[in-house]
Design a binder for this molecule. Structure first.
Ligand SMILES: [Zn+2]
Length: 113
C-alpha cells in the first residue's frame, strides 16, 4: 500500500504507487494551482523531496544487523571465497577480491560479471 498526503489534509492510499502519484498530481494541479504557480523552483524542490520521502517511507524495508566483529573482519569474510562459502552454509562461491571484480555467491544465485 502506498500513501501520499498534502499539507492541507488531502490523502491518497492505493496499491499502485503510480496511481497514488497520479491522484496527488491531479489534486495538486486542480486544488493548489494558484499556490503552485506562485512557488519558486526551490520551494517546488522541497515539496518534491517531501513527496519522495513519504513514498520512500511507505515502500522501503530498512533492516540493520549488528555483527560481533570488526569492520575489517567482515570485509575479509565478504571478499574471500573460502570464508564466504563457510558463512553461507558451504554454498559454492567465487570471489575476485579486486574492486569491481566478478563474483558468484550462494551457488550462483547472486552473481556479478
Ligand atoms: Zn492538497
Amino acid at each position: 500500500m502506498t500513501t501520499l498526503s498534502c499539507d492541507f489534509g488531502f490523502k491518497v492510499e492505493e496499491e499502485n504507487r503510480y496511481e497514488v502519484e497520479a491522484k496527488m498530481w491531479h489534486h495538486a494541479i486542480h486544488d493548489h494551482a494558484d499556490m503552485l504557480k506562485s512557488m519558486t523552483i526551490e520551494q517546488l524542490t522541497q515539496w518534491l523531496m517531501g513527496k519522495d520521502k513519504q513514498l520512500g517511507d511507505s515502500l522501503a524495508i530498512h533492516q540493520e544487523v549488528e555483527f560481533a566483529a570488526s569492520p575489517n573482519r567482515i570485509y575479509e569474510v565478504l571478499t574471500d571465497a573460502a570464508q564466504f562459502s563457510k558463512v553461507s552454509g558451504g554454498a559454492p562461491t567465487e570471489i575476485t577480491p579486486e574492486a569491481g571484480g566478478s563474483f558468484s555467491c550462494f551457488g550462483g544465485m547472486i552473481v556479478a560479471p
